[in-house]
Ligand binder design. Structure first.
Ligand code: NAP
Ligand code: ZN
Length: 356
């Protein structure tokens, strides 16, 4: 059985995304076949398409915030059945035997995990294609259950924006009494605020954009600090136990380190690469502050986050778009003009594909 699938692909770093036909593999014994309903649009999709990280493989079908229905399962699959509502995030495989994998930290797999798109399947050497498509075939270990009470479209961003902010909140044991700050109110930032608040933390937003105060407060932030105001930054000096920095591009970390409390930690989840402004180590030594990073989250942790969201009724604030609007959505995201995550209705792709 050859499964011919339509998706939207970028053929180069500069070409707009457009309709693309490709083949999904026959399900292996452990595979789940999923009809995709919704796919979130992550800033990483733009980084990947435009080769910001130097490893772009085109044609590229982005998308790693996937929600859909199971349509078939391999004979060894035990956890899923036809009709289940499921999610797939940033990874579709990992070695399963290294120390991080054994600890449920597949995102740090020592032998290299397999990303949902822009990667190569380790078993058959074919390219991985992501969620901007009609269906996907994924090993059941990398499929998670989506709580029934969550809107499927608004739950899609939990698969990346949700888990990427949940993982550091949990690792640094955020709870009642914690003072957490979030840098940047975009897809990741707005989920960080919601999740930190639901965990009981006192939450502050750092934003360079005036006008986001009301939204930030509605999402759960008690304070909003305009990061371009030296005076406002000074007012929160030495306050935070944990800062989650979601800014996608190079920026000066020193002003944020100054707002950490003793033993506080600044976690980068956005920018990857060298810094331009020198990082002053004095506050790190004198006040035992730390600057570190964090990548997505493990599969068990993703399920934990989804269950928590189910319990607390947490989803993403989304703008539902048609597949055909993806190029415009990228331009808007680059201007931080999205409240607060674009999600693609894959039915619009099916309609276009049927008419083509
Ligand atoms: P997004 O929706 O575009 O939000 C980023 C926010 O950062 C913007 O809303 C803006 O907030 C702020 N910002 C944007 N450009 C900036 C600049 N030049 N200087 C200062 N602030 C800026 O992006 P996202 O989808 O949340 O993703 C954020 C980053 O996380 C991306 O780099 C993405 O690749 C990365 N990511 C990492 C992981 C991981 O595993 N670590 C997973 C997913 C995504 P304000 O307007 O409020 O300032
Ligand atoms: Zn992402």
């Amino acid at each position: 059985m050859v499964m011919q699938v339509r998706g939207y692909a970028a053929h180069s770093t500069t070409s707009p995304l457009g309709l693309f036909s490709f083949v999904r593999r026959d399900p292996r014994p452990n595979d789940v076949v999923i009809d995709i309903e919704f796919a979130g649009v992550c800033h990483s999709d733009i980084h990947n398409v435009r080769n910001d990280w130097g490893n772009a493989k085109h044609p590229m079908v982005p998308g790693h915030e996937i929600i859909g229905r199971v349509t078939a399962v391999g004979r060894a699959v035990t956890r899923f059945k036809h009709g289940d509502h499921v999610g797939v995030g940033c990874m579709v495989d990992s070695c399963q035997h290294c120390k991080p994998c054994a600890q449920g930290l597949e995102q740090y797999c020592e032998n290299g995990n397999t990303l949902t798109y822009n990667d190569v399947d380790p078993h058959d050497g074919t390219p991985t294609y992501g969620g901007y498509s009609e269906s996907i075939v994924v090993s059941e270990k990398f499929v998670v259950k989506v709580p029934k009470n969550l809107s499927p479209a608004a739950a899609a961003p939990l698969l990346c924006a949700g888990i990427t902010t949940w993982s550091p909140l949990r690792h640094w044991k955020v709870g009642p009494g914690s003072k957490v700050a979030v840098v940047g109110l975009g897809g990741l930032g707005h989920m960080a605020i919601k999740l930190a608040k639901a965990l009981g933390a006192d939450v502050t937003l750092f934003s360079r954009s005036p006008g986001k105060e009301e939204d930030a407060q509605r999402l759960g932030a008690r304070h909003v600090v305009l990061s371009t105001s030296a005076e406002q930054m000074q007012d929160v000096s030495g306050q935070f136990d944990l800062i989650i920095d979601t800014v996608p591009y190079v920026h000066d970390l020193n002003p944020y380190v100054a707002t950490l409390a003793m033993s506080g930690t600044l976690v980068l989840v956005g920018y990857l690469g060298p810094l331009q402004d020198m990082l002053d180590t004095a506050p790190l030594v004198v006040s035992r502050k730390a600057v570190t990073g964090s990548a997505i989250g493990g599969i068990a942790e993703t399920q934990e986050m989804l269950d928590f969201c189910g319990l607390h009724g947490i989803t993403s604030d989304i703008e539902l778009i048609d597949m055909q609007s993806i190029n415009e959505a990228y331009e808007r995201m680059l201007k931080s003009d999205v409240k607060y995550r674009f999600v693609i209705d894959i039915a619009s792709l099916r309609r276009e594909a049927a008419a083509a």
